[in-house]
Design a protein around this ligand. Structure first.
Ligand SMILES: NC(=O)c1ccc[n+]([C@@H]2O[C@H](COP(=O)([O-])OP(=O)(O)OC[C@H]3O[C@@H](n4cnc5c(N)ncnc54)[C@H](OP(=O)(O)O)[C@@H]3O)[C@@H](O)[C@H]2O)c1
Length: 252
């Protein structure tokens, strides 16, 4: 039977050369309008996913800021196979939005207990060290009612989704700068595919020149993802562009 899973949108901002952070882990790439697109999208989904390193480096809260009224509740989801993220991270303050940590059977039980005491939900998917993403998607949709999901990164996390072909859309903002560096963080890291034939394929459905005129935002739709989304949402996009080339975002 087909995998029934959340509808997954990857959202990231990168340099022209595909880096989401410099070699010193500086990830301040977005202009204020790109930030608004990010907050707006956060307010449209049931869950936002980040990897352990992003939480360790950026300590994000993943709030929708000015769009809070649009979505008073959604889950923040951290992929952390071994529970490396310190329990003091701001994302584990569950007084505003709930947080789920997806881990594996290899996790540290004491740390899980400490997280649980902070109100964090623990989901175990797989024996480890890698999270079984298919299993995680099944649990998140069936036990937590998550039907739309935004994956914010970083590179290793995006690869986990790309590798398993659990992506429906990529929403990428390209800032007109080149940062270079073999140790800078790529949009998609991990092992990578061997050949172009194996690559995960997408087609562009919307291209927007940001009003800042230094960024191009492109929405791509996957042509061959695995599984079936619980629902096919019409998310739309925040139209804060100077020019838009709409190639059929409403067509599926
Ligand atoms: N510009 C942007 O839009 C943007 C957005 C987000 C993040 N960033 C930047 O990206 C950088 C971090 O990226 P990153 O690639 O180093 O790391 P990351 O994707 O944030 O986190 C990677 C870690 O998460 C855990 N993880 C992810 N997928 C997993 C899986 N399937 N199974 C088990 N564990 C999994 C692993 O922890 P273990 O190794 O412990 O197993 C892995 O090492 C930061 O500098 C951040 O600022 C930029």
């Amino acid at each position: 039977m087909d995998l029934v899973r959340p509808y997954v949108v990857v959202f990231a901002t990168c340099s022209l050369d595909g880096r989401i952070a410099t070699k010193a882990r500086d990830s301040r790439l977005s202009c204020p309008e790109d930030k608004r697109r990010q907050y707006w999208l956060r307010s449209k989904v049931d869950a936002i996913v980040v990897g352990a390193n992003t939480v360790i480096v950026d300590d994000p809260r993943l709030y929708p800021k000015e769009f809070e009224h649009a979505r008073p509740r959604y889950y923040r989801v951290v992929l952390d196979g071994k529970l490396r993220v310190p329990t003091s991270a701001r994302i584990f303050d569950t007084s505003t939005y709930p947080t789920i940590v997806v881990t594996t059977e290899m996790h540290d039980r004491e740390k899980a207990k400490a997280l649980h005491e902070r109100g964090v939900e623990i989901v175990i998917a797989g024996r480890g060290p890698r999270i079984d993403l298919v299993e995680a998607m099944k649990i998140l949709s069936s036990s937590y009612g998550i039907s739309t999901m935004m994956v914010e990164g970083g590179g290793e996390t995006v690869w986990s989704f790309v590798e398993t072909r659990i992506v429906d859309e990529m929403r990428i903002t390209y800032r007109s700068i080149v940062v270079g560096g073999r140790n800078a963080v790529p949009l998609v890291a991990g092992e990578g595919f061997e050949s172009v034939d194996e690559a995960f394929r997408f087609r562009p459905v919307l291209v927007g020149l940001c009003t800042c005129r230094e960024e191009v935002h492109v929405i791509y739709r996957a042509t061959n993802p695995i599984g079936v989304p619980v629902e096919e949402p019409r998310i739309g996009t925040l139209m804060n562009f100077a020019y838009v080339l709409d190639l059929g975002i409403e067509e599926r």
